[in-house]
Design a protein around this ligand. Sequence first.
Ligand SMILES: *[C@@H]1O[C@H](CO)[C@@H](O)[C@H](O)[C@H]1NC(C)=O
Ligand SMILES: *[C@@H]1O[C@H](CO)[C@@H](O)[C@H](O)[C@H]1NC(C)=O
Length: 458
Amino acid sequence: MLPTPSVILFLHSTPVLSINILGVFMVPSISHQRVFQSVWSELSLRGHNVTVVTPDPLNDPSLTNLTEISLRFTYDFLKQPKIRDIMSKESNIYLNRDATFRFMDALAEVELNSTQFKELIDDQTKQFDLILTEYFHPVMYALAGRFKAPIIGISSRGVMAVIYTILGNPTHPVLLSLWNKIKSVLWSLWSWYYHHAILVPRGHETAMKYLGVDIPYIGDIEANQSLFFLNTNPLVYPPRPNVPVVVETGQMHIKPVKPLPQDLQQILDGATEGVIYFSLGSNVKNVNLENRVRNTIRQALSELPYKVLWKWESDYLPGRPKNVVTRMWFPQQDVLAHRNIRAFVTQGGLQSIEEAISRGVPLIGMPFMRDQPMNVQKIIDMGIGLGIDPVTMTKEELKKCIIEVAENNKYRERIQEIRDILYDKPMTGLEKVVWWTEYVVRHKGTKHLRSPTVDFSW
Ligand SMILES: *[C@@H]1O[C@H](CO)[C@@H](O)[C@H](O)[C@H]1NC(C)=O
Ligand SMILES: *[C@@H]1O[C@H](CO)[C@@H](O)[C@H](O)[C@H]1NC(C)=O
């Protein structure tokens, strides 16, 4: 007789008792770190022994299998005006990319040079079975050489084309006009050259300086990653073919709905006229908004026939309209789950969009920078809300836009349809991460999954 399916499953996945995992998440940006926080806390809750180096430790005493090494100081490093200037003012993409990576080089160096990091690297008693690292700078790949352990790369979103090439992924055929095709080819070639001839050798110098001269070449370690966790979702990123070492996760930071604090619960329960949730995320600061934009927003919100929850950096908003409640922080995922929430005004961050989808709340996208305009265009294309330009909008336009999304049921119906598609899958992103992480340790790497294209010379 054949064994039953559950027996087969058991035979094929001999449980790994407890893995010693080192996680290194180097970029001081809470929207990235929030994704990784879910990963490291979940791995520790599954009984693995997890050590992480991060600018955003959770400091949660209930996570007893977790050791966090804080790199909080990197947030101050990020504030240096010189660096911010270069990155925000340089519009030439080639120079901008170079400036970004020079900044990343400097960031990696201050991190590796910190006492916290040095203690970890120099501790000869430390042993790890697996290294998990944010892919952003190849220098951290050197840790796999130092601890002689397999490595898994992870990204909180999609990655640059050159990273796909390193993993052996076929390049995505894009439909572009001739001129755009030429630009795209030049950009790919330049990125490839920059990565392999400049960034990695420079990173290797740094790696040798802090981890010893006998460290394997970090470019080889990078090509030798056992897996790469990619936090994308097929509705926001176009689907693409992936080699087996690329594991798509998604919705990593979405938590089950928790009860609201009592005061918020009362406010929301009482607002049967409907509630608009307004938050521009953690990077767009309301206080830095131009006066005109801020006044337009305030006036439009004050004239809405709903209650408004406005995430604002201080508990005091001068001239706060009667229907507006401001807080420095809201438990956003739980607020969005409340039945009286009609719509969510967002700057268009990917994670906020995912949260809105998971709670089925339609959106008004008000993009300010970076990938936000592109994401807001997606909101419009998917039919899950509307977009408005904060620079040119008038009070009447903003008001009309919010009321349309709040009252016209088609946006809510569409976003709930999208949620049903997104959540219809055999395992969640986090479950995938846990399963595949244990898989790498069970089989001592994934040599058998390596695509031959990784080893093609160019
Ligand atoms: C810690 O790990 C052990 C197994 O090593 C597991 O039984 C326990 O549930 C874990 N505790 C927490 C709080 O994660
Ligand atoms: C590649 O990975 C395997 C498995 O983890 C390891 O044994 C090998 O030393 C690695 N090679 C390099 C160059 O990192």
